[in-house]
Ligand binder design. Structure first.
Ligand code: HSE
Length: 414
């Protein structure tokens, strides 16, 4: 019988527990598919006594993740602790320094320390696999690093925070304001311990930074992302966008332009009948554009026990089979330093404003936009509520700078 691949799992929350369940439930299938058994040698977590619904007696217990990573009977360190510093980072560094492969769901750690960790992995003949860190169960890392490796990527974009997508679709479907739906999401346990990670666009930004590195062969540059969350999206924005055939999504976009790497995470209007527009509730979607493949759309659950554990196991199975793709799809030393694009590529913009309901008000807005070189694509004026009238404008492609100039010239929009 070939030697088993022996895992050490640090962190027994939802995902860690899910991994233990899969290893137990599918033991013989995993062995057949990998050509060798996949076993768990040892686990570690904060509390040993907590009932997690899976028996732990068969595994050695370590209180300390670093000690777990260093155990002789651990071939692969599975890091499911989270956080960009502390035990997750320390134990990952120790595992890599010993030449052990690491499987992790930790987007924050990789977004901040990814380049250094990838270099450490390469220097010690190891790799870091992180399918579970981006869009949960969607196999986007494997798609970019393997299946689509023959492409030059023109753009990668997606909805990669299920909580934000839940909030935005629920606001629209129930006609509820942001604060009410935020409270619902909290009650449902959807929000991270620090909700700003979700609604501030940071969690999705971490994921986008990792996709950029793979797609464009650049060093991870989280600080280069232009991030705006969903906190300021109102029910009026959503309803009026819907009226014009759009839905509001927290959309991450990364593309290499002549001006450098453009990475944006911001609320965007997408056509309601497009795949992104039809993405409901807490689902995730990633859209890849390759020069040969054309557009590929991947949709699935971005979080939760089963989907995230499934992604962890996909990485584990690759390692069991001897498939050891470099961390970001190419040797870390060959990743170029990203130059962040200082201005975003031209795009259509959406402006919502309250206009004084008097002759010439709309003409003045149109003239101000024209003076700034901004052309109007669609415009709608809603219910007149004395003394003001809500107006929604969608522009043709233009630059953010031109929009900012126009807004400055016309005063503060609503
Ligand atoms: N909080 C994330 C989400 C899942 O809502 O998609 C973990 O990244």
């Amino acid at each position: 019988m070939p030697q088993p691949l022996r895992l050490g799992i640090a962190g027994l929350g939802t995902v860690g527990t899910g991994v233990l369940k899969i290893v137990r439930r599918h033991e013989s299938t995993l062995t057949q598919r990998a050509g060798r058994p996949v076993s768990v040698s040892a686990v570690s977590a904060r509390s040993r006594d907590k009932d997690r619904g899976v028996p732990l007696e068969a595994f050695a217990w370590e209180d300390d993740a670093v000690a777990l990573a260093k155990r002789d009977d651990v071939d692969v360190f599975v890091e499911l602790i989270g956080g960009d510093t502390g035990p997750a980072l320390e134990a990952t560094e120790d595992a890599l320094a010993l030449g052990k492969d690491v499987v992790t769901a930790n987007k924050a750690m990789l977004a901040v320390h990814g380049q250094r960790l990838a270099e450490l992995a390469d220097a010690n003949g190891a790799t870091i696999r992180f399918e579970a860190a981006v869009a949960g169960g969607i196999p986007i890392i494997k798609a970019l690093t393997e299946s689509l490796a023959g492409n030059e990527f023109t753009r990668v974009m997606g909805v990669m925070n299920g909580t934000c997508n839940y909030i935005l679709t629920r606001m629209e479907n129930a006609g509820l304001p942001y604060d009410d739906v935020f409270a619902e999401a909290d009650a449902l346990g959807y929000l991270e311990a620090d909700p700003t990670l979700d609604v501030g666009g940071i969690d999705a930004g971490h994921k986008l930074a990792l996709l950029s590195a793979i797609a464009f062969g650049t060093q991870v540059d989280f600080d280069g992302i232009d991030i705006e969350g969903i906190e300021n999206v109102t029910i009026e924005d959503i309803e009026q966008a819907a009226d014009m055939g759009f839905r509001v999504k927290l959309l991450g976009v990364t593309q290499m332009t002549g001006r450098g790497l453009e990475q944006r995470m911001s609320p965007c209007l997408v056509p309601a009948n497009s795949p992104l527009g039809q993405l409901e509730n807490a689902m995730n979607m990633v859209v890849v554009e390759g020069d040969s493949s054309g557009q590929i759309v991947l949709r699935g659950a971005g979080a939760g026990e089963g989907p995230t554990a499934s992604a962890v196991m996909g990485d584990v199975m690759d390692l069991a089979r001897g498939i050891r793709t470099p961390t970001f799809g190419q040797p870390a030393a060959s990743l170029r330093k990203a130059t962040a694009a200082r201005a975003s590529a031209p795009a259509p913009f959406y402006l919502r404003m309250q206009l004084e309901d008097k002759p010439g008000a709309l003409a003045k807005v149109a003239a101000t936009l024209a003076d700034a070189g901004v052309s109007i694509d669609r415009m709608r004026q809603y219910r007149h509520e004395e003394p003001s009238a809500p107006v929604l404008i969608v522009t043709h492609r233009t630059t953010r700078a031109a929009i900012d100039d126009a807004i400055a010239a016309m005063g503060q929009p609503a």
